[in-house]
Every structure is written in C-alpha cells, then in structure tokens.
Design a protein around this ligand. Structure first.
Ligand SMILES: Cc1cc2nc3c(=O)[nH]c(=O)nc-3n(C[C@H](O)[C@H](O)[C@H](O)COP(=O)(O)OP(=O)(O)OC[C@H]3O[C@@H](n4cnc5c(N)ncnc54)[C@H](O)[C@@H]3O)c2cc1C
Length: 311
C-alpha cells in the first residue's frame, strides 16, 4: 500500500481528488445531493465551505511603530517583501508584539514557517488564537455533529434547529460503508424514505391534534405551534439525518480538533469531515497548517498527524 507523505503537494492532490476548489480565495469542498427513487434527498460525503478568514491590516500599525526611537527602525517591519496569508501574518505580528520584535533582527516573513514551528513545538499556542476561520459544514449526520460539538474551547457553533425547520429541508447522510454495497445501500434508501414519510405523517397528526386543542400541543402563536409540532416529530429522526452548521474556530482550537478527529482512531465519518477541514485550511494557510502529515491508511482513507500536537 502506497504511503503518502506530508508534502503540500499531496494535500493539494487530495484536495482536488475530493472535489476541492478555491473560489475568490476561499477553499471549498462541495458535496452533491442525491435522491432516492421516491425523491428523498441524501448526501454521501461532507461538504466544507470556508466562508470567513482573517483580513489583516498591519499597515495600520505604522503610527505606532513610528512612535519609537528611529534607531530601532521599527517601521521597516511593514516593508517585508514576503507576503504571508493574512491568518499567518496576524498570528506572527501578535507573537512579535510580545517581544517588540519589529526591528531588523526580527524573524522575517520568509522564515515564518520556522517561527511557528518554534512556537508549536514549545506548546506556545496562544498566538494562534488570533486567527479565526468559519465554515459551513453540511452533508454531516447528527451523530457526527454530536461528536464535533464536544469540542468547546475556542469554537462557535450555529446548527440547524430541528424545532424551527420543517420536513421540507430534511436530508439524510449515507455512510461510506453503505455506498458500495448493494444491499446496505438499498436498506439505507428505504430507511431514509421511511424516516421522511414517518416524519411527515407524525407532523400532520400532531398538527391536527394541535388544531383540535390537544393540551400538550396548545400554542398561542403560529411559530410556537409549528415549533411544538416539529420538536415532537423530530424524536423519530435517525442519527443519519443531516445536521448542517456554521462552525467557527481559532487556529489553536482548529488544530486540536484536526489532531483528535483526523486521527486514525477517530470514527470514519468525522475523520472524513476533519480531513476536508484540514485540506481547506492548509490550502488557505500552508504555514499555520504546514507541519501536518497526510498518511494513507490500509483502507484507502487518510489520516492527518503532526509532531507538534496540542500547541
Ligand atoms: C476517538 C475518540 C473517542 C471518544 N470517545 C468518547 C466516548 O466514548 N464518550 C465520550 O463522552 N466522549 C468521547 N470522546 C470525546 C472526548 O472525550 C472529548 O470530549 C472531545 O474529544 C473534546 O475534546 P477536548 O476535551 O479536548 O475538548 P476541547 O473543547 O476541544 O478543548 C481543547 C482543550 O482545552 C482544554 N479544556 C477545554 N475545556 C476544559 C475544561 N472545562 N477544563 C479544563 N480544560 C479544558 C483541554 O486541554 C482540552 O483538551 C471521544 C473522542 C475521540 C477523539
């Protein structure tokens, strides 16, 4: 079995193999929507869309840098000929502010990778907290999102509300194990059709009861009535129901999640998600995520690792 190594080339190749694109500077890996014969929508892989990343204005520091003794040559900090991704620049500037490392003896942008290597290998990860990235994550099941939201530190989550949305946006996620097995695939499609039909039937029954004045469902407002119907009907939805979210994290937290969830021991669906998040992040910032190794596992899937875990 071929072992892929930790080069950006391999990450770039895999990014393309899983359908990655860079649109206006934002890496994205989309997931296609499929339908059963009865029309129930489902997805076969995670969709990862980077929707926000840092926009850094170090030029704004000029009056601050010019306020020091001219012999220190601090304004020269702004003339570095090597341009970094905004996320790297932000963290590097934050770190260099700690020692007022703005003069000619500072680490220049050309050596940014080794600057971060020193920080991450020493566990000084706090400067990585300045850069945040946001993603739309979709094509992910409720079981995966339950695992993802266990990560709390440095992360923000806004997930679809099964109380507020109706059955019209219900989609399901087919696990990789089912996709190439005719019987498991058929059973999955039957289950998705059944869950969608049962949800609709239950919502209709609950609505009738609510309109008939059932005490447990009574509500004063239309939204509240809908919420009461949907929050009850959702109880029958399976773990393989899609649960999209917008997910934001700072680089320190994102690195930890990748290390835990793109690891060989992680569950396969969340590993597929963490791998895609990593591929998008390394594309957006090959310096802050440049120490990660991509390795192919015996089953043909991939894991990610770094010698500098938990910076
Ligand atoms: C392979 C695998 C199997 C798992 N199996 C199970 C399971 O069977 N059952 C289960 O319940 N969970 C399970 N988990 C979830 C796991 O226990 C963690 O809850 C999850 O990985 C979140 O990681 P974290 O605790 O590092 O949290 P994060 O929020 O990612 O925190 C990052 C770091 O910040 C620090 N931190 C965050 N919060 C606190 C705090 N309150 N106090 C002190 N320090 C803090 C810690 O150093 C922590 O590592 C599993 C995870 C993995 C990867």
């Amino acid at each position: 079995m071929e072992k892929r190594e930790n080069t950006a080339d391999h990450s770039d190749k895999l990014f393309e193999e899983v359908g990655g694109m860079v649109e206006k500077g934002f890496p994205t890996i989309h997931a296609e929507s499929h339908r059963t014969e009865s029309g129930t929508p489902y997805l076969k892989s995670p969709g990862v869309v980077m929707i926000s990343k840092p926009n850094t204005n170090i030029e704004g520091m000029r009056p601050f840098l010019e306020g020091f003794d001219p012999e220190l040559q601090f304004p020269g900090y702004l003339d570095d000929p090597t341009e970094l991704p905004d996320s790297s620049q932000l963290c590097k500037t934050a770190g260099q502010n700690c020692y007022a490392s703005f003069g000619p003896r500072r680490t220049t942008n050309e050596n940014a990778a080794s600057y971060f290597e020193r920080l991450t290998s020493a566990g000084h990860g706090s400067v990585l907290e300045h850069s945040n990235f946001s993603f739309l994550l979709y094509g992910i099941s409720r079981s995966v999102t339950h695992e993802l939201v266990r990560h709390r530190s440095g992360l923000g989550v806004s997930q679809i509300s099964q109380r507020y949305v109706s059955g019209s946006v219900l989609r399901f996620v087919e696990r990789p194990e089912y996709q190439n097995d005719e019987e498991l695939h058929r059973l999955f499609e039957e289950r998705a059709d059944r869950a969608a039909a049962e949800y609709d039937a239950m919502a209709e029954t609950l609505l009738e009861k609510q309109e008939g004045g059932a005490a447990a469902l009574s509500a004063d407002y239309k939204t509240d009535a809908r919420k009461k119907v949907q929050q009850t009907a959702r109880s029958l939805l399976p773990n393989e129901t899609e649960a999209p979210m917008v997910w934001t994290g700072n680089v320190r937290a994102l690195r930890h999640v990748i290390e835990m969830r793109a690891d060989a021991h992680a569950e396969s669906e969340i590993r597929a998600l963490a791998l895609r998040i990593f591929l998008c992040l390394q594309k957006a910032d090959p310096i802050l995520f440049g120490d990660y190794e991509l390795k192919e596992l015996p089953d043909g899937t991939f894991m990610v690792n770094t010698p500098h875990r938990k910076a």
